[in-house]
Design a protein around this ligand. Sequence first.
Ligand code: NAP
Length: 304
Amino acid sequence: MITTAKASLNEPTVSRLSGKTQVIGLFGSPISHSRSPIMQNTVFEAMDLDYAYLAFDVGEKHIAEAVSAIRLLNMRGANITMPLKRLVMPYLDELSPAAKLAGAVNVVVNNNGVLSGHITDGEGFILSLQEAGVEYEDRSMVVLGAGGAAIAITVQAALEGVGSVTLFNRRDAFYDDAAAMVQNLRSRVPCNVDLFDLDDHDTLANHIASADILINGTPIGMEETLDQMALPDPNLLHDKLVACDVIYVPSDTLFLKEAAKRGCKTVTGLGMQLHQAAPAFEMWTGKRMNLAVAKRALLGELDI
Ligand code: NAP
């Protein structure tokens, strides 16, 4: 049953929430754009599960307190998003093998006070490619950015048989950490993984010219950067490329619009968002997520 807010205003119904409701948080900043609360809560309601999913704007300084709150309030867990995916790791008790490899966590599960960290972003991205009918085995990928989402995609891509992944990140304070992570990955996954400076335009142009898949793994294109893209020159796009964005609000980013204009097949971040959520839902509730309801909630197609 999917009750609607409009209907419930006119016809009061018994609240689904109870004294036993299990709370799941979404920690990150900015957070107000997220459609995860609508998606998760709509599915909890549709599946008659006594859970509530709430977004909390948590910045870097407050990650330790936010994790303490999971224990103190006996929350069932949390999703972790930008900019906390790496920072959260030292505060957890256990990490999944994929989270260790990616050096990032987007899901926390609280089992009787033991907090485990997982990463489902990479799995979500690869499933979104499959859903869009994109061939990726033995293909070459270029990823703009080397943050949590970009590295999670790289790890999963390598495990799924992608031929090479070349990451480009601006050369800032984070660059050396990214280089160390790429070095570590290289020795552990059966795929060529490289990292270059995003400002090295010649190297970027050469790699994009021979790439099959180009991914924006940065937040450039959302919120106050709607009219920007991480790709420094749209003329680097060519019609043999599949262009993918991790951003899902808006789903038609400037990067994808420019790519479509130049004949690229495009894949928005919506599929990744849906498919990274499903394994988290299952870890928290022990139930398979109703993907059809989740997708409609994510796309804003439900009257809620
Ligand atoms: P993150 O760990 O903070 O990484 C952000 C990346 O973007 C870093 O490589 C960062 O480089 C780069 N970046 C930031 N500002 C930049 C700029 N002005 N110019 C060039 N590069 C810049 O964040 P994340 O968790 O990977 O998230 C990145 C994006 O993916 C966000 O928009 C997030 O909403 C989205 N996402 C979507 C899904 C989904 O399911 N669709 C899942 C996860 C994430 P520096 O470190 O050098 O700043």
